[in-house]
Structure formats: C-alpha cells, structure tokens
Design a protein around this ligand. Structure first.
Ligand code: AQP
Length: 342
C-alpha cells in the first residue's frame, strides 16, 4: 500500500476549514492507503502560545480525529512529540538546508509580519524543515496538500533530493549502508474532495484558528445555538438570490460551497435548489444542515474525550507503530551522514 501522512496543529479549536479541507478527506484516504494522521504539537509552539492549553488542545484534536471517522483499525493516530525522531531528524536536515530556501517561504513572511519581530522565533523560520522531517521519516508516497502548503511540500521534495544526492547511493554503501535513496521523494496529493473554506466575516480570507474573531469560523464543537447565531450574523450582500462563482459575491460562493460539501449534493443541485432563495431562507437551511452534520461528531467526541484510558491507549499504540518506522529511517540517515554507531 502507498503511504500518506498528514496532521493538524493543536493551536485552537478545530474548525470547518480543517474538517472540510483536511480531516474529512482522511476518512476516504484511510480505506486505500497506509495512513498516519498525527497531531503536530511541535509545530504548535512556533508562535507565542499558552502552555496550560497545549495538552488539552492535543487531546481534543486527537478525539476529534476519531469522532470525525478516523478509524484506528486502518490508520495510525499519534502525537508528533511522542515520536522523538521528528525533532531529531529536524536537526540533521536543518544542517543541510540553505537558509535562502527558508527565507523564500511565503507563510513565514506572512506570519512573521503579523506576529511582529519580538514574537518571531527561529522555529517559525525552520518550521518547513520540521514538516519535511514529518513526511520523510515515514518514506511517504503522498502528502495531501492545500494551496497554502504547496510551497512547503516543494521544499520537502528538494530537501529529500539534496540528502539523496549528498549522502545516498555509493557514498552510503561505502559506509556500510544499503545504498540507493535515503529518502523517498513524496508527491502532492490533490484531495478527492477539495475545499478552501473562507471566513464567515470576510469571503476573501480563509477560515482560520488564529483569526481573532470567533465569529469568523464554525468550530466543530460549537453548540447548536452558537452555530445558528454565527450563520445568522455572517456577512451577506445585497444581490438577489444565491449563486456560485460570482467574483463580486465571495461570501455567497463560500456559504453555498459549505452547504454543498455538508449536504453531499452536487454543485448543480445546490445552485438549482438555492437560486431563488433570499439570504434569510438560505441561512436557516445552512444552519440546520451544519447542526445536523456536526451533531453526531459532537456526540462521539464527548464519548471519546470522557474515556481517557481509551484515548491514551490509541495514542500510545499509534506512537509505537510510528516510532518503529521513524526510527528505522533515522538510523539510516545517521549512517548515511557518517555518524559513529552506538
Ligand atoms: N480554511 C480552510 N479551508 C480548507 N482547509 C483548511 N485548512 C486549514 N484552514 C483551512 C487545512 O487544515 C489542515 C491543518 O491546518 P493546520 O493546523 O496546519 O493550520 P493552518 O493550515 O495554518 O490553518 P488554521 O487552522 O487556520 O490555523 P492558523 O490560523 O494557525 O493558520 C491543513 O491541511 C490545512 O490546509
């Protein structure tokens, strides 16, 4: 089976964008691929964060993966920091990553501009090297990537090729290794159901955990009345009817797309169903659809999060399985890079 790795940062509440853009696709992918879904807690500390909240957010994220349908009889679920090889490989890769490659990263430029100089740690710059470690440790064949992560995956590929070139092949064989490539070069995977979910308060920016206003996103754990209220108050326009793809109506397009994804209907069906609706009618249709869709996820989440022994067991099992693969890769990297064996 071909292998896939993916993760979400425990930096806040998991929202509809994380769900429709990432987690929901995992449910399909786990049937066909050897999948590793982790909670990327080491990535969550690259901007100022609250240490009191990190472990709770990590557990919540894990419980939500399971509640959304990640099936641990098919997929491995674990916490990134529980597999030490991630941080360790990152050091080895950092040492062969040209700084210029990192300076080019658009996400770094954007996030550091927003955070201000005082708050920008080295980790924010070297974040893509940790992401490369996450992927390369598992010799992944594919990585599901949204638009915003494409550049980071390209850097991962370049790094894999660089290490293979510098340390692989005959040079590695001379050191007693198996020779050949140290790392598999991963390919991007365009998700089966693609979605970029936009903010409820601005149809041109993406729904995001870090946006200051909670009003801008639907969190998967929002109670019914909060969902209804957020949809009621979300940004509208004064055009008649509802339509997809009108560049002057980004909010309308976003909400119709959300409705389409949640209802499982086709774009044509939704366009037809909603064409003559006014905002009020459409909003209550959407709020009801969201509440119905999220309710069973919330019920399962409550069951899982209240059984801590069960959740800990899943995470321990996942980490053991992941570490088996990650440690073998790390061993090869040390060997190829010429380190003395213990
Ligand atoms: N709005 C979105 N639409 C579609 N997909 C999205 N993802 C995030 N936002 C949207 C996808 O969720 C996965 C995990 O994201 P992450 O935890 O690495 O954080 P992020 O991409 O930086 O997005 P967030 O949740 O909005 O966090 P902040 O505010 O911290 O930037 C990824 O697959 C991502 O594409």
């Amino acid at each position: 089976k071909k292998r896939i790795v993916s993760g979400v940062q425990p930096t806040g509440s998991i929202h509809l964008g994380n769900y429709l853009g990432a987690i929901r696709n995992w449910i399909l992918l786990q049937n066909t691929y050897d999948t590793f879904f982790f909670i990327v807690d080491l990535h969550a500390i690259t901007l100022p964060y609250d240490a009191q909240q990190l472990s709770k957010a990590t557990r919540d994220t894990a419980a939500l993966y399971l509640a959304c349908g990640v099936d641990t009889s098919k997929a491995s679920v674990f916490v990134q920091s529980h597999v030490r090889a991630h941080a360790e490989l990152m050091w080895l890769l950092s040492s062969v990553t040209p700084v210029g490659w990192l300076n080019r990263m658009i996400q770094f430029k954007e996030k550091s501009r927003k955070a201000g100089d005082e708050n920008v740690g080295v980790g924010l710059l070297t974040y893509p090297v940790l992401m490369a470690s996450d992927i390369l440790l598992y010799q992944s064949d594919f990585v599901p990537v949204g638009e915003d992560q494409k550049q980071h995956l390209e850097l991962t590929r370049e790094l894999a090729e660089r290490v293979n070139h510098l340390f692989g092949g005959r040079k590695w064989k001379k050191l007693g290794g198996r020779g050949g490539s140290v790392f598999k070069v991963p390919e991007p995977l365009i998700p089966p159901v693609g979605a970029r979910v936009m903010s409820l308060t601005d149809g041109l920016s993406k729904m995001s955990k870090s946006a200051p206003s909670d009003q801008s996103r639907i969190n998967l754990l929002d109670p019914k009345d909060v969902i209804a209220n957020k949809i009621k108050r979300c940004k509208t326009d004064s055009f008649p009817g509802m339509e997809f793809d009108n560049p002057e109506r980004p909010e309308c397009n976003n909400l119709l797309s959300i409705y389409q994804l949640i209802s499982g209907k086709t774009k044509e069906e939704v366009a037809e169903e909603c064409r003559d609706m006014n905002w009020g009618t459409f909003k209550s249709l959407l709020a009801d659809a969201l509440i119905d869709h999220l309710q069973p996820i919330q019920v399962r989440y409550e069951e899982i999060i209240s059984d801590s022994a069960y959740l800990d067991g899943i995470l321990a099992e996942g980490a053991t399985k992941a570490a088996g693969i990650a440690d073998a890769t790390l061993h090869n990297v040390y060997q190829a890079m010429g380190f003395l064996r213990r």
